[in-house]
Design a protein. Structure first.
Length: 186
């Protein structure tokens, strides 16, 4: 069985309704130029973050990280950044962005599994944000354009998590095409 699906079943006692994934990225040229007005030449890599998701009948949010073997909880009415929630603040930020846009969301169970080395500059946080946004978009039938979804993910990282990143990480994680690099003029 798929590891993220199996972990979701073991953690929550039910199969996920949606599994979404998003890749990490490398910059071939242009490190740190996305927020310093320059050219970038990024491409997606074969490492990904996958998010399995299912609905709940209440307003509770449960997050499980397969890599950390860690669980976090929140509720929709009291959703906020909490330093001790570390990795879970990224999907919480995505949920907050959908709520800010007026989307009606219910409680959710999320399982996160990825193979992007963290802290290596390969955009694991952007992949987590984009995979979470794609999973929620599919689960609730929300129409969000590809570029708008990347901007939603960047806003979650900038405003909810408090990391002042540029757009390239989320942009590539959402818009990359297999076998291609993308020239961007930030």
């Amino acid at each position: 069985m798929d590891p993220v699906k199996q972990s979701h079943v073991e953690e929550y006692g039910k199969a996920p309704e949606i599994i979404a994934s998003a890749p990490g990225r490398v910059n071939l040229i242009g490190e740190h130029t996305d927020y310093n007005d320059g050219f970038l030449f990024p491409m997606a890599i074969d490492f990904t973050v996958r998010v399995a998701i299912s609905r709940r009948k209440d307003s509770h949010l449960r997050f499980y990280s397969v890599e950390y073997k860690d669980r976090k909880r929140a509720t929709l009415p009291t959703l906020r950044f909490r330093k001790e929630d570390r990795w879970a603040n990224y999907p919480k930020g995505i949920i907050a962005q959908f709520l800010e846009r007026g989307q009606a969301l219910g409680g959710m169970d999320l399982t996160i599994h990825g193979d992007i080395p963290q802290g290596a500059g390969l955009s694991s946080s952007a992949a987590l944000e984009v995979a979470t946004a794609l999973a929620i978009q599919d689960l609730y039938g929300i129409e969000v354009g590809r570029e708008d979804l990347a901007k939603l993910a960047q806003k979650a990282e900038n405003e909810f998590v408090g990391v002042k990143s540029g757009i390239v990480d989320q942009f590539i994680s959402r818009l990359a095409k297999e076998g291609h690099a993308m020239l961007l003029d930030a």
